[in-house]
Every structure is written in structure tokens, then in C-alpha cells.
Design a protein around this ligand. Sequence first.
Ligand SMILES: Cc1cc2nc3c(=O)[nH]c(=O)nc-3n(C[C@H](O)[C@H](O)[C@H](O)COP(=O)(O)OP(=O)(O)OC[C@H]3O[C@@H](n4cnc5c(N)ncnc54)[C@H](O)[C@@H]3O)c2cc1C
Length: 287
Amino acid sequence: MKNFQYFKPKSLKEASEILSKHKGKAHILNGGTDLIIRMRDRIIEPEVVVDIKEIDELNSIHLNKHGELIIGACVNLNDIAHNKIVDENYDFLSKAAHMVGSSQVRNRATMVGNICNASPLADTATPLLALDAKVLVYGAEGKKEISIHDFFIWVRKTCLKIGEIVIGIKIPSYSNDILGDFQKISRRKMVDLSTVCGTVLKNGDDIRIALGAVSPTPIRLRKTEGFIKGKELTEEVIKKALEVAVSEISPIDDIRASKEYRINMTKVIIKRGLKKIRQKNLALAEG
Ligand SMILES: Cc1cc2nc3c(=O)[nH]c(=O)nc-3n(C[C@H](O)[C@H](O)[C@H](O)COP(=O)(O)OP(=O)(O)OC[C@H]3O[C@@H](n4cnc5c(N)ncnc54)[C@H](O)[C@@H]3O)c2cc1C
């Protein structure tokens, strides 16, 4: 690994100034489970590393006064997966956090690092896309919110500008009971990256579908959602929805799987998610 200068600022202002001063040569260090590996393998060779973990305000999970859930940038994935509020309200997000790597990895890795790394297969991206989460950002002009839908630009590319730091994730407050289903298909049951992952979510009459590892960024399947809207989830509707879904993805062949396998697993994930919602609808109708 190439030598680098290490900074551990105590405030966002200080961190942002160091990042801006060193322009593209400085990288943020959070849990380090992606960054350090890329540095070790010399894929990236930052001159400056800015460790943000001692900035107090980045280390909590809480509900704000509007009932929105704020997950700080440096909260690790084990703490998110075991958090009572997350588990009781968004069990599928808790499951996605729990499915990343091993317990040792999750003791370091963060959800914000997972999305900032911008891998198409990031496990926590699809629940956040389905939840219409906001990415909270600090930069030279102060704080701002970016919709998660605008955050991912391409493989390993986000819309963040130089000097900007993600300070947390905001999950809107839902008045309806939401039902979500996160699934991860991988070669091994544990400690493996996703071959395909996805979240199917019911929010009132709305059904949302987000997938990972089937296009350059994690995506929402808007056409499929539009096709399903207002329809009863019969076998025929589900079958047609899967055809629409396949038209919205662009999976590739790689060491983990073929394109065809990814298409098939996309169908499996969506079908299971929709059937779970259908069961819930039936249970509600039966009172
Ligand atoms: C053994 C192993 C298994 C893994 N398994 C999985 C898996 O199953 N699923 C999965 O999705 N991933 C997996 N990963 C990848 C990794 O653990 C996750 O992506 C993790 O969530 C990254 O978080 P981190 O805090 O460690 O990020 P870091 O490594 O600290 O950072 C990742 C990137 O995000 C940037 N960044 C971090 N925080 C911020 C911020 N606040 N603002 C702006 N930029 C920021 C960094 O500069 C860096 O470019 C695995 C990694 C390992 C080593």
C-alpha cells in the first residue's frame, strides 16, 4: 500500500476543508471494508485519508421530530441490523444490513459506506431505493438532501462533489403499514456478494420494486411498478409483470453468474415478493 497522510477531524467543517484542499487526492475512510481493500490492491492510491468516525453527529440512529428515521453515516451494519426501531418498522432493511459479509465485517462496515462505494450489488441499496430514502450531505455550501434515486450515477460513481460528505440517511415516516421483502441470491449462503438482490415493498396500494446487480447501478423498476398499479396480483398479472421487469434490466455475465441466470433470479425475487404481498392482501380481506 502506498504511503498516505492520515487525518481524523472532529467536525464536518474540518473534514470537508481537508477534502476540498486536497481535491480528488483525498478519500473518506469510514468502516474501511471497501476502501482499505482497494488501497491494498492499489486500485486507488489516495495521498490523504480522512477518517470521519470521530465526528460525533455521525454516530447515532434516531427518529427526528417528524418521525423520520435518521441513520448516521458511521453507524455500523450490526448496530443497524439490531436496532429496535429499524427492526420493528423496516425488518427488510434490517435483513439487508444483516446479509452484508460476516459479523466481523458488519462490526466495521456502514450503510453509508455501502452506498457511497456505489457497487451495483450493494445489499443495502435496494431497501433504501424502495423506501424513497434521502441521502443527507454536508459540503462547502452547508447541508443538503439528495434523493437516493439521484445518488447513483454509474458503477462506483455517485453524484457527490469534491469536499462533500454523506452525514446520514433519512427514511421517510410512513403512515401506512408497509410490508417489505428483501432477498439476496448468492453463490454461498453466508459471506458472499450478491449475484442478484432485491426489495419488493407494499406501501398502501403502491408496490415498489428495487433490484441490485442487474444494471450499472441499483435501480427501481418503474415500468413494472406502473404495470402492477391498481391490478389484483393474479398469477397472470404476476407473470406479465415479470416480463416487464426483464425489459427494464441489463444484467451482464461475470465471475459470479451468467446474464441468463441473473434474469431468472430477477424473476424469482420479484415473484416471491409479489406473492408475499398477495398473501398479506388476502389476509387483510379476510379480516
Ligand atoms: C469480506 C467482505 C465481505 C463483504 N460482503 C459484502 C456483502 O455481502 N454485501 C455488500 O453489499 N458489500 C459487501 N462488502 C463490501 C463492504 O463491506 C460494504 O460495501 C460496506 O458497507 C462498506 O462500508 P464501509 O463503512 O466499510 O465503507 P468504506 O470502505 O470506509 O468506504 C467505502 C467508500 O465510500 C466512501 N465513503 C464512506 N463513507 C462516506 C461518507 N460518509 N461520505 C462520502 N463518502 C463516503 C469512501 O471514501 C469509499 O470510497 C464486503 C467486504 C468485505 C471485505
